[in-house]
Ligand binder design. Sequence first.
Ligand SMILES: CC(C)(COP(=O)(O)OP(=O)(O)OC[C@H]1O[C@@H](n2cnc3c(N)ncnc32)[C@H](O)[C@@H]1OP(=O)(O)O)[C@@H](O)C(=O)NCCC(=O)NCCS
Length: 186
Amino acid sequence: MPDQTVPLSYADPPLTDGTVVLRRWAESDIGCVEEASREGRIPEGTTVPENFTVAEGLAWIERQWARADNGTGLSQAVADAGSNEALGAVVLMSRQSGTAEIGYWLIERARGRGLGSRAVALVARWAVSDARLARVEAFVEPVNIASQRVLEKVGFRREGHLRSYLVFNARRADAFIYSLLPSDLT
Ligand SMILES: CC(C)(COP(=O)(O)OP(=O)(O)OC[C@H]1O[C@@H](n2cnc3c(N)ncnc32)[C@H](O)[C@@H]1OP(=O)(O)O)[C@@H](O)C(=O)NCCC(=O)NCCS
């Protein structure tokens, strides 16, 4: 039976489909963090700093390393497989045994070319196969059609509508809950 009883660690070699590669964050990715900080929806829903400074950006990158180091999950840069430029993030956050929540974002200029779907497919399918998780779950605002399409294309199933579930600084929002199980890959 699939069960994740050890902390998640980076795939070796890194996960790639030839278009995107998922890899450990590097300090040189700070420009990606700066771009992300300018897009309101990213700082609202993540820990990307709203008011970017180099110190805040580097602290964010260090927190991404810490997820794997302290066993609370795995945060990877979504990078162009050709240039290695970081264009976004895909994060697995450990929940109860065998379960992780997935979160993801791309900087605006990288959207609309299928990269989000590729990145989520790579990490979510790896999580319920090689990494032996029993369940990957995602919470998405009903208005976020692009994110729902990403999950549905990867094979996630929508399980329900959670009212007033998401908590942001200045507001709350409903969420659709999705999950991917190992059996969804067949
Ligand atoms: C969600 C996100 C990662 C999607 O990445 P992306 O690379 O642009 O998505 P893709 O190009 O793979 O497109 C996925 C699907 O969404 C659709 N889509 C993309 N943008 C859309 C939009 N603004 N409105 C409606 N559908 C959209 C695409 O057409 C595609 O569906 P299709 O294959 O049926 O045509 C990106 O929009 C993003 O970073 N958003 C801000 C952060 C965010 O919302 N994160 C998720 C939180 S749950």
